[in-house]
Design a protein. Structure first.
Lengths: 340, 120
């Protein structure tokens, strides 16, 4: 099984991180058939660095414009039973692929994804994301997987059944969240998706405001775009329909409440209303500490909590902007910007 | 919450209910003589997380219950906050679950209507 895997790494100006990514793949406990870096017309020597690290490098004749486009460029040449996609700034635990591949032994499973944690947890933004991931992957995603419905097979690290992926036409460029689009398409076609807790990956998360705002802009617009595109099909998939619609309603209410209503109450009625921002602190801390204690990162988790509340508020702003732009103004975000 | 998306608490309530439902699904699987993929150890772990989340929310409610009445009637802004704190308490135990059940019911009805309209 190990030799029947091709890894695709889309890369645009990833000179700083690509070598580490390729190295972590070469150091896996299972050997893979091919490691392909798609040098998407980089100008910083990404292709040369990847080649020197031992990857096979493909370079399209022009920039493909999106991560999905770059991945599809390599997908055409894949002949192995399984295809893995990994971001160019992501490294894996040495046994990540070994732990992930068994999930695809079930022929009904089209994709499997792993547990994501930030590689660096230093700045305010990285710390906020660290708490978000601990909560999401310890609680939400585990429950989704029990009901055989992980919401997304994360684009930063997932393995796919090549035949199903190719039959789908690869990753679509119609939304800003191609991983979500692909996952929901798989469900509607009757396939399964799995989440494997023990398969760990560590992407570089946004460490500043500019990088974070561009990523959240993509994610927020991507979620709304996928909802608009898939909602009819998703209604036919039990449990997924509940997960998706509740996520949408929750995000809309949270944005309006946290960004508009609550600040108005704080300013015009009483500053004491600010305490309501912290009302769900116990609910957030439980899954976070559950995992943090086992990882011996209790101090890091506790000290990162304030950053989470900052990021959560920022999430609200970005989602509100996406909602107004995509739904009210009907202007679709179509330009893919990673941000670094 | 899902990473990158804001949450008002309806999502957490949904996943708490889904976690509490796990043992019943597992027993139903046993009755159908199917083996569960993740097992009882996983279910107990998730139930432990859910129980502690509910405990944490309960402690927050207790805080609102104890703190809020002290300030009602002292000055205007405290009175308003005390009333809102009471509302937050009620929201956690009644309003959020009620919204969630209503939303789930609408989703299931909508899916039934959609499936029937497609099969015609």
């Amino acid at each position: 099984m190990a030799s029947d895997l091709t890894i695709i790494i889309p890369a645009f100006n990833e000179a700083k991180s690509i070598a580490d990514t390729v190295k972590s793949l070469k150091n896996q406990t299972v050997k893979v058939a091919r490691i392909i870096v798609v040098d998407d017309f980089s100008s910083d020597g990404t292709g040369e660095i990847a080649r020197a690290a031992g990857a096979e490098v493909l370079r399209p004749e022009a920039n493909t414009g999106t991560k999905a486009g770059a991945q599809n460029f390599a997908l055409k040449s894949v002949t192995t039973k399984f295809t893995m996609a990994i971001d160019a700034d992501t490294i894996l635990a040495p046994d990540a692929i070994e732990r992930l591949l068994p999930a695809l032994q079930d022929p009904k499973v089209a994709a499997a994804c792993g547990f994501v944690l930030p590689r660096y947890v230093r700045t305010l933004w990285e710390r906020g994301r660290y708490i978000e991931y601990l909560f999401a992957f310890v609680f939400f995603k585990q429950v989704q997987d029990y009901y055989e419905c992980p919401l997304i097979s994360s684009g930063c690290f997932s393995v796919y059944r090549s035949s199903v992926l190719q039959a789908n036409g690869g990753w679509s460029t119609r939304t800003m969240a191609e991983d979500m689009d692909l996952t929901w398409s798989f469900y509607q076609a009757g396939h399964k998706v799995r989440f494997v807790t023990g398969a760990l990956c560590y992407p570089i998360e946004p460490n500043n405001y500019t990088f974070m705002s561009k990523q959240l802009r993509r994610w927020s617009h991507g979620f709304i775009q996928n909802f608009k595109f898939h909602w009819r099909g998703v209604l036919r998939v039990p449990y997924l329909r509940s997960v998706v619609i509740i996520a949408m309603i929750d995000a809309v209410i949270a944005s309006i409440f946290n960004i508009l209503l609550l600040p108005a109450l704080i300013i015009f009625v009483s500053p004491l209303f600010a305490i309501i921002y912290l009302a769900d602190l116990p609910a957030v801390m439980v899954p976070v500490l559950f995992q943090a204690v086992s990882r011996k990162e209790t101090g890091l988790a506790i000290s990162s909590i304030p950053a989470y509340f900052v990021l959560r508020t920022f999430n609200g702003f970005m989602f509100l902007e996406a909602l107004i732009t995509e739904v009210v103004l009907r202007r679709t975000l179509a330009t893919y910007e990673k941000g670094h | 919450m899902n990473a990158g998306l804001p949450s008002a608490g309806i999502g957490v309530t949904f996943y708490l209910l889904a976690t509490v439902a796990m043992p019943f699904f597992e027993i139903w699987r046993l009755f159908k003589r199917e083996s569960g993929r993740l097992g009882w150890r996983f279910i107990l772990r998730q139930l432990s997380i859910a129980t502690n989340i509910i405990l944490g929310i309960s402690l927050a409610n207790l805080f609102f219950d104890i703190v809020a009445p002290r300030y009602i009637g002292t000055n205007r802004s405290f009175t308003i906050f005390g009333q809102v704190a009471k509302l937050a308490h009620i929201s956690n135990i009644l309003i959020m679950p009620a919204i969630l059940i209503a939303v789930l019911a609408v989703i299931e009805v909508a899916s039934l209507i959609h499936v029937r309209s497609r099969t015609r």
